[in-house]
Design a protein around this ligand. Structure first.
Ligand SMILES: *[C@@H]1O[C@H](CO)[C@@H](O)[C@H](O)[C@H]1NC(C)=O
Ligand SMILES: *[C@@H]1O[C@H](CO)[C@@H](O)[C@H](O)[C@H]1NC(C)=O
Ligand SMILES: *[C@@H]1O[C@H](CO)[C@@H](O)[C@H](O)[C@H]1NC(C)=O
Length: 268
């Protein structure tokens, strides 16, 4: 929008400039300049791009607020929008905001002496970023393919989500137990552990993966059951950081749950 006005202003300056000598030709610079000239197409283009950006922002808000569940892929017309969001600064800012809010809450808690205060982190798109994988698969435009995704997991090359690494360091130094709870299967335990360690998550108190009997369960059910077990073992789940609503809904919720942004995929 701004550059459009700059362009109009420039043309007006230019035309009043030519008006000053006698060569002014009103057909060359009709008013209003931008709407009647070929630039008018550019104006309409900008307007419709702005409209699309608003529509896709509105879609993303509805996704983050869990109003659209379940959904399978991102809307095709928002493919470029999601790519921009994920690869630009917006995603990092959103991640940082969540992590700082979580850190402030963690610092406000007075921990008991018994070592039973827990912070749960989920793994994919919470501790580890699969952005290199999703960049090859349309940032959520393609329907999720387990076979392909498993190959990526088995490479063990997922980078850390830096804001989560900061939160992880904060909560561990405050004295929380940290439990990592993931939908990844037990057979990926070793590679997941290696990957986590390699990118800075050097220590955890539990890494919980899906056993074969957990496989048919929906994520909300599986993760709730695992939290129920923690409660039975006498732990207090103070904080919970996850990018999926299925990380945060269900039984044995944390005192505070923090939702990280993820407009690329939805896991029920
Ligand atoms: C998933 O990817 C594999 C390997 O590329 C392919 O053989 C399979 O057909 C794909 N599955 C679906 C449901 O698209
Ligand atoms: C993963 O397996 C390799 C080879 O068996 C082993 O050296 C490594 O310590 C294991 N990593 C973890 C985190 O258990
Ligand atoms: C967490 O919730 C429980 C149950 O409502 C409450 O007793 C406890 O004080 C809360 N702890 C924190 C740190 O907010």
């Amino acid at each position: 929008m701004t550059s459009l006005f700059v362009m109009c202003f420039f043309l007006m300056l230019f035309s009043s400039c030519t008006l000053a000598n006698d060569n002014y030709n009103s057909h060359i610079f009709p008013r209003p300049l931008v709407i009647e000239y070929p630039e008018g197409n550019e104006f309409q283009l900008r307007e419709s791009l702005e409209e699309l950006r608003l529509q896709c922002t509105s879609w993303r808000f509805a996704v983050e607020a869990n109003n659209l569940s379940p959904w399978k892929t991102i809307p095709p017309e928002c493919a470029a929008y999601v790519e921009d969001y994920m690869t630009g600064r917006a995603y990092s800012y959103d991640l940082q905001r969540v992590s700082r809010a979580a850190g402030a809450f963690a610092k406000s808690v007075e921990l008991a002496e018994d070592g039973k205060d827990v912070w749960i982190f989920y793994v994919d798109e919470t501790l580890l970023s699969n952005l290199p994988y999703y960049a090859q698969h349309g940032y959520g435009l393609e329907i999720f393919n387990h076979t392909k995704f498993d190959k990526w997991v088995e490479e063990g090359l997922a980078p850390a989500i830096h804001s989560s690494l900061e939160l992880y360091r904060d909560v561990t130094s405050l004295g929380f137990k940290v439990f990592f709870l993931t939908g990844r299967s037990e057979r990926h335990g070793n590679i997941t552990a290696d990957n986590l360690i390699k990118v800075g998550f050097q220590h955890w108190d539990k890494l919980i993966l899906r056993s074969p009997e957990d496989h048919p369960k929906q994520a909300t059910m599986y993760k709730s059951e695992k939290r129920d077990e923690m409660i039975k073992e006498g732990y207090r789940i103070v904080g919970n950081s996850g990018d999926q609503w299925s990380d945060l809904l269900g039984s044995s919720p944390a005192n505070r749950s923090f939702k990280l942004p993820n407009p690329m995929y939805y896991i029920p």
